[in-house]
Design a protein around this ligand. Sequence first.
Ligand code: ADP
Ligand code: 5GP
Length: 206
Amino acid sequence: MSDQGILAVVSGFSGAGKGTLMKELLRRYDNYALSVSATTRSPREGEVHGREYFFVTEEEFDRLIREDQLIEYARYVKHSYGTPKSYVMEQLRAGKDVILEIEIQGALKVKKQFPDTLLLFVSAPDVAELKRRLVGRGSESEEVIRERLARAKEEAEGMAGYDYLLINDDLDACVEEMHRIIQAQHARVSNNQGFIERIRRELAEC
Ligand code: ADP
Ligand code: 5GP
């Protein structure tokens, strides 16, 4: 087993199915911890404070920044989003594989602080399907959908910097692929320094 949990970032166009994938991954496997972000946007129908997000005011968000409680934060279509630090660090130390479902600017900040972070990008198979999903979700106005699609154009520029691309066509296949990719990281040499040191010690003594 590797030294500690894997830190994985999942990004992708709005409506690609990130939230749906995360729910399914966590339902199937129990070694994952999904970080719950703070945001200044309003809850969608069915979203619960502390489960999908910590829904906070602009003032509360500013306080989290001032008190250095966030690993990263970014603006996305008129709202702020940020990753609470303490939960992520605790879960990694406990050996959990921690997933941050965050946008691209935040992903790059996390990678800078933690260079072993695995960056996964999720896309729908094509833009027509992406629009169908965004509209079908029925949670945003036409104007916000337009803004989110405009943001997707910018995000497409950053896709090449990610480690893996996941096409969310068949949900079941995509969940399994995500799980395989994350689990494979446990075998990376950089995640096994503890094992390497032990085996060297044992060899030195024999
Ligand atoms: P995101 O979190 O990336 O914005 P969601 O998880 O909210 O996206 O998914 C957007 C919409 O697409 C939802 O209505 C969801 O049920 C649907 N969806 C997600 N994955 C698939 C899939 N593989 N096939 C068809 N519809 C999907
Ligand atoms: P939504 O409003 O659809 O839930 O999220 C909008 C975007 O914000 C998505 O791309 C989502 O991944 C991103 N996001 C959610 N939480 C965070 C966070 O803590 N930090 C950053 N940088 N982005 C986040």
